[in-house]
Write a protein that binds this ligand. Structure first.
Ligand code: TYD
Ligand code: MG
Length: 461
């Protein structure tokens, strides 16, 4: 029998190491190495090197016998933020908030954490991007000169963890995760390895201590590299800021949420005193035209639970030998597809034209229900003819030219009617069956095919 020699075994993957390390060399998990004998267990297999006592398994139970613990939620009191979170911050939950620099991440989180501190929660704001004085300046600007939020200007992971350990806050903000680095890694701060490792360690801390951790992540201009995208899979909730930094409105969208609905949208206005929730946002993404203009079509989008009216603009202009297709706030590949459908099924050719489309106000629309509005805006621009006043359209358009229903079409129509829209071109399956007061004032044209929609529009000229 081999002489017993001390080795360290990872409780996560079973990997071994001859010396103790903070991080398992095989699976990169932190603090999982436990001293144990190298003596292989009887009946050695692929995992044979894990000593049975080192890998205690949890009890296996049928689902019905497992108690469904309700999450302990802490509402921040900022309604629009609580809405996207699914009701508030969850104990031990990890939230990632991403967005362009300057869009308002630090502002919103400082407002939220201050509200929680005032409600009696023990909080911590770790700032790596700004000095304590800069955070203090922001709090004064937000009208919170008496804020009691404890601020820690620190970027070294081990020191942050130490503070978390000693203060045991209910919630900690890490602003931003890209500035945090660990001594244990050789790669540069801000690199993918550092960001991922530090986030993994903080996540683990959140789970073991019950502290809610909010990670701020910048969307880097060069793409997703080392940006918040590499962290999406390890956190519970992913929120992204949308909106144009030049306009006052900001949207926060939940794109992943283990504690609530996805695609829920929170709407804010950036004011002198920070971000203020907009409780009735349906019409803020419409630009104000005194008279209808060619190339503009309003749609009702419904991602999440609230309908939003968004103006889709298109400009079709004669292009060079390789015409351009550009879109802002809408999917470019989908635009190319819609142009092909327009050509094949409605006889509208844009082959030699530049086509630009834009969702007004910096909103991003990912649902295919925008198709019909995009196509009508393009046709309107090409013909130089404006759609009628008070016109809306929505519906998905398939490759065969069919117009497919959008989810919760009637809610969309009701919202349009409520805001005084007059004419709607919608998928047949979305048209209301019976006369309902809620649609009063709105003339609804149900269509089944794109050709039909074009005909209706021409008939309205
Ligand atoms: P910030 O929250 O620092 O953005 P991020 O953390 O996402 O990089 O600030 C966003 C912008 O908002 C900044 O340019 C200044 C502006 N702002 C206001 O308009 N009003 C305010 O009360 C505050 C604090 C900031
Ligand atoms: Mg910031």
């Amino acid at each position: 029998m081999a002489k017993d020699k001390s080795i360290f075994t990872c409780t996560e993957c079973g990997g071994t190491s001859a010396r103790w390390m903070g991080k398992c060399p095989s699976c990169n998990a932190w603090n999982t190495l436990i001293e144990g004998s190298s003596e292989p267990a009887a009946g050695k297999n692929r995992f044979g090197s894990v000593h049975a006592s080192l890998a205690p398994t949890s009890e296996v139970l049928p689902l019905a016998q497992i108690e469904a613990a309700d999450f302990e939620r802490h509402p921040t009191g900022i309604d629009e933020l609580d809405r996207v979170l699914g009701g508030g911050m969850v104990e031990g939950g990890v939230v990632l908030i991403g967005g362009d620099p300057g869009i308002g991440k630090s502002t919103l989180l400082l407002q939220a954490v201050d509200a929680l501190q005032r409600s009696g929660m023990n909080t911590l704001y770790v700032t790596g991007e700004e000095s304590g004085a800069q955070v203090a300046m922001r709090s004064r600007r937000l009208g919170l000169p008496d804020s009691q939020v404890p601020v820690l200007p620190e970027i070294q992971l081990e020191k942050i963890l130490h503070t978390l350990q000693s203060r045991q806050p209910g919630i900690a903000i890490i602003d931003s995760i890209q500035t945090v680095y660990s001594d244990q890694l050789t790669s540069a701060p801000g690199s993918v390895a550092q960001v991922r490792e530090c986030a993994a360690h903080l996540t683990r801390t959140a789970k073991s201590t019950g502290t809610t951790i909010v990670l701020v992540g910048h969307v880097t201009k060069e793409g997703a590299l080392a940006g918040p995208r590499v962290l999406e899979h390890m956190v519970d909730t992913v929120l992204y800021f949308e909106g144009d930094t030049h306009s006052n409105f900001r949207l926060i969208r939940a794109i992943k949420n283990r504690f609530g609905a996805v695609n829920e949208i929170g709407v804010f206005a950036m004011t002198e005193k920070g971000l203020k929730g907009v409780s009735n946002p349906s019409a803020i993404f419409l630009s104000q035209h005194a008279e209808p203009v060619p190339g503009s079509c309003v749609m009702v989008t419904l991602e999440g639970t609230r309908p939003l009216l968004v103006e889709i603009q298109a400009l079709v202009d004669s292009g060079g030998p390789s015409p351009r297709r550009l879109s802002v706030g809408l999917d470019r590949d989908r635009l190319a597809m819609l142009l092909a459908v327009l050509h094949r099924h409605a006889g509208v050719a844009c082959m030699d034209q530049d086509v630009f489309v834009n969702a007004v106000g910096g909103v991003r629309i990912s649902e295919p229900a925008a198709d019909l509005a995009v196509m009508l805006a393009i046709t309107s621009s090409l013909r130089g003819k404006a759609l009628p006043k008070g016109f809306i359209a929505f519906g998905e358009v398939g490759l065969a030219g069919e117009v497919r229903p959008a989810p919760r079409g009637q809610d969309r129509l009701k919202e349009a009617a409520k805001l005084g829209f007059k004419v709607a071109v919608v998928p047949k399956a979305n048209a209301p069956k019976k006369n309902d007061k809620a649609f009063e004032g709105l003339t609804i044209y149900p269509v089944e095919r794109i050709e039909e929609a074009m005909q209706v529009v021409r008939g309205l000229d």
